[in-house]
Design a binder for this molecule. Structure first.
Ligand SMILES: Cc1cc2nc3c(=O)[nH]c(=O)nc-3n(C[C@H](O)[C@H](O)[C@H](O)COP(=O)(O)O)c2cc1C
Length: 190
């Protein structure tokens, strides 16, 4: 049931080494493309960086270097370890992709496109969950490092996230229970 999937889906960043097939990724991307999108703009673009591929390595290096330069902690050891861990997470993810939203003809459409692409990512995550695949959506280091042109994104595309994808490992099951505010705390009935 969709409701069960919505409630049970969690962010996943700890994966087994099991590979995620390209056919599975295609299924997830296809699910993403069924997201609502105003004016039929279908504004989403997906860039999949294959495991052990040249581009994955290149991006991991860019993120490593960005992290080293931008991490707040001035301690050199800390900077080195943060940079290495960011690089390793990208290299180790069984699947890894970027999701971009295309600009519209004006700010209003661009904003709608971004909203639609966010819906697409949620579709992708729910579809993944239904197949036992976990996804971690990040707008952190892999996006801040500005890899766009290196991976073939157009300069005017907006980055919506980097997705780490794989089969959840045992660590994931040990995560603390996630809670949400009650409906009454987030709703105004008038
Ligand atoms: C737009 C967006 C950006 C996110 N960026 C990050 C991120 O940079 N790093 C991270 O660890 N999690 C990121 N997350 C995941 C959230 O932290 C996560 O959804 C939240 O903790 C709730 O957990 P849940 O997804 O298991 O319900 C992001 C989620 C969204 C929707």
């Amino acid at each position: 049931m969709v409701l069960d999937a919505i409630r049970a889906r969690r962010t996943v960043r700890d994966f087994t080494e099991a590979p995620v097939r390209d056919s599975t990724l295609e299924l997830l991307i296809e699910a993403a493309t069924w997201a609502p999108n105003h004016r039929s703009t279908e504004p989403w673009r997906f860039i999949v960086l294959g495991k052990d591929g040249t581009m994955r390595n290149k991006v991991a290096q860019i993120v490593h270097d960005w992290t080293y330069e931008n991490v707040k902690n001035p301690n050199p050891e800390r900077r080195t370890s943060s940079a290495k861990s960011a690089q390793k997470e990208i290299l180790d993810a069984p699947a890894f992709m970027y999701v971009y939203s295309m600009q519209g003809r004006n700010d209003e459409v661009t904003e709608e496109n971004y909203a639609a692409t966010s819906c697409a990512i949620q579709n992708l995550m729910l579809a993944a969950h239904s197949l036992g695949v976990g996804v971690g959506w990040s707008t952190g280091k892999p996006c801040l490092a500005d890899v766009g042109t290196a991976i073939g994104a157009e300069p005017d595309w907006d980055i919506v996230g980097a997705l780490y994808i794989g089969y959840p490992d045992d660590q994931q099951a040990k995560q603390p229970e996630v809670k949400r505010a009650s409906v009454k705390d987030v709703t105004i009935w008038s």
